[in-house]
Design a protein around this ligand. Structure first.
Ligand SMILES: *Cc1c(COP(=O)(O)O)cnc(C)c1O
Length: 391
């Protein structure tokens, strides 16, 4: 469309207007689409005419959401799914077969860890975990049957950063598919495909919706790979609902302004916490103290909306702190307008052993804050008050 700015593309990319000339794209709640003749129906089913057939395959609303995500992330094509996990599972199940080996960063979201352990192994897919802080060891773990490298950057909740250009070169040298979970960054902060990733997956539930309303996911990438993911989804049915796609498409219009504020609030909070005498450690990709600060500066526009910290006094004090928060919500989601506090060791990563948690940087007392869009003064006040009361 000739407009180069991210914000303009996010606001102005939309499907063609109907004869009603509506300004805002309507919601298409229809399971299937009609034909004027048996011949037109035959030709559409045969792929000779490019039209919607059935909403498990495609729908004007999911098409629009996917097209927008592709424009924003500079991907060729994409598939929208019912959740982030459905997107990740589809990217594994469509492209890996029994006997294949998956190389995977140890710093990944808890449910992905469970998916690999409980399900991929049942289908005969082997895996090896590699450590984010020892990239020099990754190459030695690549086997003859290694097919995919899966990474998450920044990771949830470890906030570890992996050099995308380096990972893409490693994948290229060994003929692997580089699959990147870009959920924490969103296309506004980071575009993995530009660095050479073959696939970028998202949980749209988080910052893309940004308002804690609906579940969604998307798989983006090159046409040859994503066509296989699309056909897998078309056959198996983890499709995004038209309603969710309609909402998520609208959410993308405000992604840039929301992310700017999430990130500036998060940086302010991280700096205050780092200087606080009751705080043991703070991790945020936008702080100079972050171990991969330089990489984050290179590949991310800003540091993201999530900050983690450990309070002096360990688990017991951390739990007390959560109980004393008045404004911040205790809930499982992140990337909401509302600030959210969680304790990963007892919730999202409770299925891992203590050693496994330690390996991905989750200490017993670690608190994860998804910094919202409230006035930063009120966010800081609430956390400082809870810190005081938890003494
Ligand atoms: C939440 C999350 C997922 C899973 O997404 P759902 O929409 O909850 O299925 C995957 N990766 C990361 C990094 C996440 O934070």
């Amino acid at each position: 469309m000739g407009q180069s700015n991210f914000e303009t593309k996010a606001v102005r990319t939309q499907s063609e207007r109907t004869h009603m000339k509506e300004h805002s794209v309507p919601l298409y709640l229809t399971s299937s689409f009609c034909y004027d003749s048996a011949e037109e129906m035959r030709a559409t089913f045969n792929g000779e005419i490019d039209r919607n057939i059935y909403s498990r395959f495609s729908n004007p609303n999911t098409n629009e959401f996917v097209e927008k995500m592709c424009v924003l992330e500079e991907a060729e094509i994409g598939v929208a799914t019912a959740s982030g996990m459905a997107a990740i599972f589809a990217s594994f199940a469509a492209l890996l077969s029994a006997g294949d080996h998956l190389l995977v960063s140890r710093s990944i979201f808890g449910s992905i860890h469970s998916l690999i352990l409980n399900d991929l192994t049942r289908f005969g897919i082997e895996y090896t975990y590699v450590d984010v802080d020892k990239p020099e060891r990754w190459e030695a773990e690549i086997k003859k049957n290694t097919k995919m490298l899966f990474i998450e950057t920044p990771s949830n909740p470890g906030l570890d950063i992996i050099d995308l250009e380096w990972a893409a070169n490693l994948a290229e040298a060994h003929g692997l598919i580089l699959n990147v979970d870009n959920c924490f960054a969103t296309p506004y902060l980071q575009q993995p495909i530009k660095y050479g990733a073959h696939i970028s997956v998202h949980s749209a539930t988080k910052f893309i919706d940004g308002q804690g309303r609906v579940m969604g996911g998307v798989v983006l990438g090159n046409e040859d790979l994503i066509e296989e993911v699309y056909m897998f989804c078309r056959r198996t049915g983890p499709t995004m609902s038209a309603f969710n796609a309609w909402l998520l498409s609208k959410s993308l219009e405000t992604l840039a302004v929301r992310m700017d504020r999430h990130c500036s609030n998060a940086l302010k909070l991280a700096k205050i916490l780092e200087a606080h005498p009751e705080i043991e450690s703070v991790k945020y990709p936008g702080l100079k103290s972050h171990p991969q600060f330089e990489i984050a500066q290179r590949q991310m526009r800003l540091g993201g909306g999530v900050v983690t910290f450990t309070v002096k006094g360990g688990l017991e004090r951390g739990v007390k702190l959560l109980d004393n928060l008045e404004m911040c919500s205790l809930t499982a989601n992140l990337g909401d307008t509302r600030t959210i506090a969680t304790h990963p060791a007892s919730t999202t990563h409770s299925k891992l052993t203590e050693e496994e948690r330690a390996a991905v940087g989750i200490s017993a007392g670690l608190i994860r804050i998804s910094v919202g869009l409230e006035d930063i003064i009120d966010i800081i006040k609430d956390i400082e008050m809870a810190l005081d009361k938890s003494k």
